[in-house]
Design a protein around this ligand. Structure first.
Ligand code: NAD
Ligand code: UD1
Length: 342
């Protein structure tokens, strides 16, 4: 199949591009590089010996979208492009609605103009909102996330549902990611956040290579076994393979219409202290940390019920916590400054 991947130079996008090429799909990447560079794409070409066509463009730029859709007949679109920093979204909500919501509408409109029906969207566990009971199930209603970032994911899922109701040809899949971490096992691809990392693993890995002095553990008094929050961490290559599974599922089900949501997680809650211990064991490097105040907006514990993806897509997370930590460490120690040295 020929697939357009928006945001394909980013963290999850680049790993998914690799997984797509490994399954002999053709890939065109569309990315404005606001949070990425072309280096991972060059590395993927070197790893696979395959060509990736790259368009530098913004998903809000209608002419740029028409150029890429005019140049290729796509079988499907996988839509990663978005702004994703939860804290920043509370400071710059309009930028988040502009890129994540308006940008997604521009993309769907371009698909409609060019008669492309198959759409896979990067959603998040945050769509279940603050009141949902764990484990999260796809049959639960969309909730009210506390951040503008989370609200954009809920809005795009609603837009997909409305569009599907009006356009019977549309075949949309929302993949609700839990907490993707880790890196490709080669150490060539990984997460390279700009500035101070917001998320746990990139921060912890930068402490381990000496770029930061210590990790602050946000909250030690949650009602969990060790007092720190529980999350459902999954390996980014498992997540990437969730996208190829969804793509293949659409292709194998030509009668499928409308939208379908799938949780992509392991089904297990792991604490922050568990993560630190697992990382130290995998890397052999101590991670200095201190218990700090809670971070606003954090939930004590959530994890997925991932049975639907298993039953319908034949997808299950295969890689365990030890492998997630080994691969995080391999990436970070081989690329202490991320992609920026090239
Ligand atoms: P990322 O920032 O590494 O990747 C996003 C990519 O989109 C970047 O390459 C960026 O340059 C590009 N982009 C941003 N705005 C664009 C625009 N207007 N036009 C074109 N390209 C644009 O982030 P990621 O972690 O790979 O996340 C990918 C997707 O998955 C996002 O939609 C994110 O919201 C979603 N998601 C991520 C997580 C996570 O933990 N990383 C969890 C749940 C959902
Ligand atoms: C966050 C977002 C979520 C988003 C996801 C992926 C919030 C409230 N939620 O999830 O909407 O989909 O990122 O982008 O921001 N932690 C520390 N110290 C740190 C960093 C994190 O203790 O320096 C803890 C957090 O309190 C949390 C866990 O580590 O308990 C995981 O944090 P993080 O990686 O930011 O992911 P989430 O908060 O689960």
């Amino acid at each position: 199949m020929k697939v357009l991947v928006t945001g394909g130079a980013g963290y999850i996008g680049s790993h998914t591009v690799l997984a797509l090429l490994q399954q002999d799909h053709q890939v065109v990447v569309f990315d404005n590089l606001c949070n990425a560079s072309e280096v991972p794409l060059a590395r993927i070409e070197a790893m696979t010996g395959k060509h990736i066509e790259f368009f530098r463009g913004d998903i809000r730029d209608v002419a740029a979208l028409d150029a890429v859709f005019g140049a290729h007949q796509f079988d499907a679109v996988i839509h990663f492009a978005a702004l994703k920093a939860v804290g920043e979204s509370t400071q710059k909500p309009l930028a988040y609605y502009q890129t994540n919501v308006h940008g997604s509408v521009c993309l769907l409109e371009a698909m409609q103009r060019h008669q492309v029906t198959d759409f896979i969207f990067s959603s998040s566990a945050t769509v279940y909102g603050e009141l949902a009971i764990v484990p999260y199930l796809e049959s639960m209603p969309l909730g009210s996330p506390s951040s503008p970032y989370g609200a954009t994911k809920v809005m795009v899922e609603r837009i997909m549902a409305d569009y599907a109701a009006a356009n019977p040809e549309f075949r949309g899949v929302s993949l609700r990611y839990f907490n993707p971490i880790g890196a490709h096992e080669s150490g060539n691809l990984g997460e390279d956040p700009k500035g101070i990392p917001n998320n746990l693993l990139p921060y912890l890995a930068q402490v381990a290579v000496g770029r930061r002095t210590h990790l602050s553990v946000f909250g030690g008094d949650y009602p969990t076994q060790d007092g720190t929050c529980l999350r459902d961490y999954l390996h980014v290559m498992d997540l990437a393979e969730g996208h190829t599974a969804a793509l293949n599922w659409l292709a194998d089900h030509p009668q499928q219409r409308g939208i379908e949501a799938f949780n992509l997680g392991t089904g297990q809650g792991v604490s922050v202290l568990d993560i630190i211990a697992a990382f130290e064991q995998a890397s052999g490097v101590p991670v200095p940390y201190e218990i700090a105040p809670r971070r606003a907006g954090d939930l004590a514990a959530f994890w997925a019920n991932a049975d639907k993806a298993s039953t319908m897509l034949g997808w299950q997370a295969k890689r365990n916590l030890t492998q997630m930590m080994h691969d995080t460490w391999r990436w970070q120690s081989q690329n202490p400054s991320g992609y920026s040295e090239e």
